[in-house]
Ligand binder design. Structure first.
Ligand code: PMP
Length: 401
């Protein structure tokens, strides 16, 4: 006679549920390519050595205390995070028209940004790419925005549907919010070129569309923090306004520390300070203030040039391993003569490959080969290693023949 007796069971999260199913499988050959987390060649999770070093420094530093952070988080962390995404010489930062608040990783940054827009922005429609990360529509809908999609991926070319994108954004109501993946689009691994970004920028600015960048993979896509921030910097360079949600989950391997930032670039310093005052009112009743440890790690690394350089080396090594997995998988499928064109595996960028396999083929690979991935055919290249490439190749080959 529970008062909750009428509650129906909810389905597993489509992405996190893959790991739940994987954990239940007793097969020694099982392979989890669902999770968006970096693994070594040995399939092990990694804590970066520069992160260990920063943690050691923090432990030994007697001035480190555990009292509450301000509502907007750690001041150093916020400044350094803005510098990281907008560039050290960003005029917007120099003109004090960027407000940055520490949030709970990328997800929390998106949610705080969405709640702010729902309360204070005049156009409540947000356009998200089709497809996009599965959490996006839920985050924006629950914040009170109305979610529409714009064309992004072309299954025929397994590349960008640039014409469709321009048409859909061109038809959006003026002022609408547009979610853009800053780099390494999840799940497709397909990014616009810099020339295409420039065209998107011109179109959006001419229509007064408001860019909301999701930057979950800075440095993880190309191995270069600056290259992966170019899309964002192109938009900020024109003096216009935008929002950016940053995550340190992937690029610093701080997944479970939940450390990220929301920046809002405004036209003037005065607007920025009023926006910040309202962001505090959004955050306070949600979680009061953010946690201290992860942000302290990030600030420690970003403010010390030696540690910063060490980080970029470790980050590049992760990106390079993923890129080499793409090449190895592509080479193995070619060597095996697997039917079809698999060149998208090496053309796509970032953590994921959008294989083009359909949900029946995915189900087959899970059942017969114990390979776990999302039903849309997305595989995490970060979960793959030289040792597991042959097993995945066999499975893909069997699934398509
Ligand atoms: N945006 C995208 C596109 C992502 O892929 C992810 C992580 N999978 C996130 C945001 C947020 O991740 P987190 O909250 O762990 O930073």
């Amino acid at each position: 006679d529970s008062v909750f007796g009428a509650i129906v069971r909810a389905p597993e999260d489509p992405i996190l549920g893959v790991t739940v199913a994987y954990n239940k499988d007793p097969s020694p050959n099982k392979l989890n390519l669902g999770v968006g987390a970096y693994r070594t060649e040995e399939g092990k999770p990694v804590v970066l050595s520069v992160v260990r070093k920063a943690e050691q420094l923090l432990v030994n530093d007697q001035s480190q205390i555990k009292e509450y952070l301000p509502i907007v988080g750690l001041a150093d962390f916020n400044k350094l995070s803005a510098k990281l995404i907008f560039g050290a010489d960003s005029p917007a930062i120099q003109q004090n028209r960027v407000v940055t608040v520490q949030c709970l990783s990328g997800t929390g940054s998106l949610r705080v940004g969405a709640e702010f827009l729902a309360r204070h922005y005049h156009e409540l429609t947000i356009y998200i790419p089709q497809p996009t990360w599965g959490n996006h529509p839920k985050i924006f809908t629950l914040a009170g925005l109305s979610v529409k999609t714009y064309r992004y991926y072309d299954p025929a070319t397994r590349g960008l549907n640039f014409q469709g994108l321009l048409e859909d954004l061109g038809a959006a109501p003026s002022g609408a919010i547009v979610l853009l993946h800053a780099c390494a689009h999840n799940p497709t691994g397909v990014d616009p070129t810099l020339e295409q970004w420039e065209q998107i920028r011109q179109l959006m600015r001419s229509k007064g569309l408001l860019p909301f960048f999701d930057s979950a993979y800075q440095g993880f896509a190309s191995g270069s923090l600056d290259a992966d921030a170019q899309s964002v910097r192109t938009f900020v360079a024109d003096g216009g306004e935008c929002l950016v949600a940053q995550s340190y989950a992937k690029n610093m391997g701080l997944y479970g520390e939940r450390v990220g930032a929301l920046s809002i670039v405004c036209k003037t310093e005065d607007v920025a300070s009023r926006v910040e005052s309202q962001l505090k009112l959004v955050i306070r009743p949600m979680y009061s203030n953010p946690p201290i440890h992860g942000a302290s790690i990030v600030a420690t690394i970003l403010k010390d040039s030696n540690m910063y350089n060490e980080w970029t080396v470790e980050l590049k090594a992760m990106a390079d391993r993923i890129i080499s997995m793409r090449q190895q998988l592509y080479d193995a499928l070619s060597a095996k003569g697997t039917p079809g064109d698999w060149s998208h595996i090496i053309k796509q960028i970032g953590m994921f490959t959008f294989t083009g396999l359909n949900s029946e083929q995915v189900a087959f690979m899970t059942k017969e080969y114990h390979i776990y991935m999302t039903s849309d055919g997305r595989i995490s290249m970060a979960g793959l290693s030289s040792k597991t490439v042959p097993h995945l190749t066999d499975a893909i080959h069997a699934a398509v023949t």
